[in-house]
Write a protein that binds this ligand. Sequence first.
Ligand code: SDX
Length: 430
Amino acid sequence: MAETKTATLTLDGKTYELPVLSPTSGPDVLDIRKLYSQAGVFTYDPGFTSTASCDSTITYIDGDKGELQHRGYPIDQLASQSHYLEVCYLLLYGELPTKAELEKFETTITRHTMIHEQMHYFFRGFRRDSHPMATMVGVVGAMSAFYHDSTDVNDPRQREIASHRLIAKMPTIAAMAYKYSIGQPFVYPRNDLDYAANFIHMCFAVPAEEYKVDPILARAMDRIFTLHADHEQNASTSTVRLASSSGANPFACIAAGIACLWGPAHGGANQACLEMLKEIGTVDRIPEFIARAKDKNDPFRLMGFGHRVYKNMDPRATVMKESADEVLELLGVENNPLLQVAKELEKIALSDPYFIEKKLFPNVDFYSGIILEAMGFPTSMFTPIFALSRTVGWISQWKEQLGDPQMKIGRPRQLYLGEGLRDYTPIDER
Ligand code: SDX
């Protein structure tokens, strides 16, 4: 990081020089690492709206322009010209692979898609009606009980094996969570299918008959995986980084990321968005929900709208919207009432002064749910699919942090507003 200039802080008559670090792209950064030792003060930024928690070379987002790049490549080019496993390679290793490198990587991932047979029993410990995200948190965390030979975070080779295992096994675990929830037998992965087709097959095939994966649906599934792969220091990625900073094993760190992603303000928004569209039901009820979203006394928010960083259209939503049109036309449900409500809601919201002023645009979760529902997934599977897709982002950021010689345990401080020092009062005096 180039140190180009300094900022001056004056406090209680003293002056402090803070280095200003310049990025490849994006805003300059005030380096406050020595602030507490020099000035005896903390900075205060709950929600980290103005805080860079790390330096990274993986993903860049320009919220004002609505731009997203992975290792410098724009997301719309990756979504239209690349495919998920190639994007996984790019995120993990920093460069697009040669033909031979890609072939080797894809073979490695394909050969790691089965999970330890003993792990099948974990699923049986859950109620059938458990949310698949609960199952995924449990089973992924339990991987550290099975894959001891890839839990030493100080061994680069073990880190790489753990990365491959997680990318390879997440579709299998997500599909098993789904099958278990509907009382159908698990379907094993197949090495003759590509990553997305394999996932669809594991979800929708049954032993009783042949199941042919529609290549257009597989392509749409692959694009959904790509659009969710990584997104800089979002809440779940920051959770993975913080867990990893204590030296926790990769499976525990990814389980923590899954747990955080589940929230409706984050990855749970795709499920919440589709449930909201179903609740709206028809175009004529949209104004009622827009009014609720604007009402300060109503906690209701338009799911799939707004973003901490994007103050313009989420570029992923733009690509997702094209995919939604394609998939629904293929399935002959282009007149899907939910899609009609979604398109009308988007149009009305984008012309409403409240949303314009607050720069609330559709985000990645707005259209993904419509595609997934059209493909036959229940809403409870939307966030597991987001988690499956984001695993490569979590693991790439985890790997980057572990490779940083400056890494130390994450330990934020606080603004203490509690009671001052006081003596214990015996109970008969209270
Ligand atoms: C993801 O960080 C990432 O990168 C996440 C993600 C990723 O790939 O990892 O992109 C994935 O999580 C996308 C976001 C999915 N969440 C939703 O769609 C849930 C609905 N959206 C909101 O909950 C909200 O927009 C957030 C949580 C996404 C962002 O909230 P912020 O940035 O903390 O903004 P805020 O809550 O401070 O809201 C600013 C104002 C508020 O009004 P005022 O208090 O200023 O009057 O905008 C309003 C909010 O009330 N507002 C909304 C709104 N979102 C914000 N009002 C109505 N509907 C909404 N959706």
